[in-house]
Design a binder for this molecule. Structure first.
Ligand code: AMP
Ligand code: GLY
Length: 424
């Protein structure tokens, strides 16, 4: 079967690497892909939200399955676009419809969904410009720190956590007057949850599900979780503080009611649910839903999946996930993201990357923001390459990942040296 994978990051590189191992795969296309994905298929220079271009590519290349990597095309309704088009109706799409994608596209929608299906999450209320004064009054009823969330997609910058009540009131007022554009027309204010974060990933066909390995992400740019938020500077799976009883609670209290809710709401949801969780004294609470895999979590989670990913996607598309079992590799995987100097703020592009093509044992060199030009591999994004390594435990996987990091060079290269260190 011919497959089109949409996206260009480390997540998509990892999915391409895994799909290419399937005996069921005909030709893989990646739109637009990156400087490494052409090892697994044909890169097609299309924007991820160019639905007409994607349609043309699907028809010209007899593509039968489309895997959507990032959230933007899902929130913009790519799955609905396929369903509504007579020529595309029979093409399977891995990724929810627009209603399902609203679980990520609107924090208020996600919170209301959790309330309706009794899924543990922080207490909240939401406010608009007209209800600013009520919002300020609500803040007064809470204890610091104060959590303010722009309702819509705000490129990961829409969540503010503030210690001071007056500052929280002032930020609320700025958000409601357009600080984050339309994404902040509604602001969710919620109770602060104190605990350790991790993420759980589920593949669902809308009725049944399989749970993929959990992972911990390192979101801040600086060591010791300091500085600006990034897309993610590294990840680890499995997460030692979240095993056995905790994961059972996640399945019973969160995964099951989430899938029941998806089904009861009539969402056409064949794809991933990424559940961001807080472990509060051993009890899981949902921080957020994403409707796609995480990046860089995919770079550690997918290498631990032994089962054929294309077979899992085919079963998902047919609504036959109940017949699948997921085979996992018990190893620990650690990934360390190499980024361009200056990221997540302004950074230079076009720097020559050396050492990325060395073959590695017990790991993977995952391209994210790379591009190929006249035989050179160049940087083309903030997050450039993710070095994933496997080992019997975090210590071994970390050592191997950092050994790999030492072999790669580009001007301005930066990475965190403490990925997984807190879990030892
Ligand atoms: P979100 O975009 O909703 O995932 O929020 C971004 C980050 O803010 C999360 O990864 C958490 O670290 C933090 N956060 C969000 N909501 C809360 C909360 N209710 N309590 C504590 N931290 C939170
Ligand atoms: N690493 C977090 C995310 O993919 O949203």
């Amino acid at each position: 079967m011919n497959v089109l994978l949409i996206g260009s990051g480390g997540r998509e590189y990892t999915l391409a690497w895994k799909l290419a191992q399937s005996s069921k795969l005909g030709q893989l296309y990646i739109a637009p892909g990156n400087g490494g994905t052409s090892a697994f298929g044909i890169n097609v220079p299309l924007k991820v939200n160019d639905f007409d271009g994607i349609k043309k590519c699907v028809l010209e290349n007899s593509i039968q399955l489309v895997v959507v990597g990032p959230e933007a095309p899902l929130v913009e309704g790519i799955t609905d676009f396929f369903k509504a088009d007579a020529e595309l109706q029979n093409v399977a799409v891995i990724g929810p419809d627009q209603q399902g994608a609203t679980l990520e596209g609107s924090k208020e929608f996600a919170k209301a969904f959790m309330a309706k299906y009794d899924i543990p999450t922080a207490k909240y209320e939401s406010f608009k410009a007209e209800t600013l004064e009520q919002g300020k009054a609500f803040l007064e009823t809470l204890n610091a720190p104060y959590v303010l969330k722009a309702d819509g997609l705000a490129a990961g910058k829409g969540v503010l956590i503030l210690d001071d009540l007056e500052e929280a009131k002032s930020e609320l007022s700025q958000m409601l007057s357009g600080k984050f554009g339309a994404a902040g027309d509604t602001v969710v204010i919620e109770e602060f949850l104190s605990g350790i974060e991790l993420s759980v990933f589920v593949l669902t066909d809308g009725k049944d599900y399989v749970i993929l390995p959990e992972a911990k992400d390192y979101k801040r740019i600086g060591e010791g979780d300091t500085g600006l938020n990034t897309g993610g500077m590294g990840a680890v799976t499995p997460v030692p503080f979240a095993q056995g009883d905790f994961l059972n609670k996640v399945e019973e209290r969160i995964v099951k009611p989430t899938i029941q809710g998806i089904s009861a709401e009539g969402m056409d949801y064949k794809g991933f649910v990424f559940i961001g969780l807080m472990n509060v004294n051993g009890d899981p609470y949902v921080i957020e839903y994403n409707v796609r895999m995480g990046d860089p979590e995919t770079e550690v989670v997918i290498p631990r999946v032994k089962s054929d990913l294309l077979e899992l996607f085919q079963a998902t598309a047919k609504g036959e996930l109940s017949q699948c079992t997921l085979e996992l590799n018990p190893d620990t995987a650690v990934t360390v993201m190499l980024v361009s100097g200056g990221y997540p703020e302004a950074y230079a592009k076009g720097k020559v990357i050396e050492g990325a093509d060395v073959s590695v044992e017990n790991g993977l060199t995952i391209h994210a923001g790379t591009t190929e030009k006249e035989g050179n591999l160049l940087t083309s994004g903030g997050r450039v390459i993710s070095c994933t390594a496997y080992g019997k435990d975090i210590e071994e996987a970390r050592k191997r990942a950092y050994n790999r990091v030492d072999q790669i060079k580009f001007e301005g290269m930066y990475y965190r040296k403490d990925i997984g260190l807190d879990l030892l």
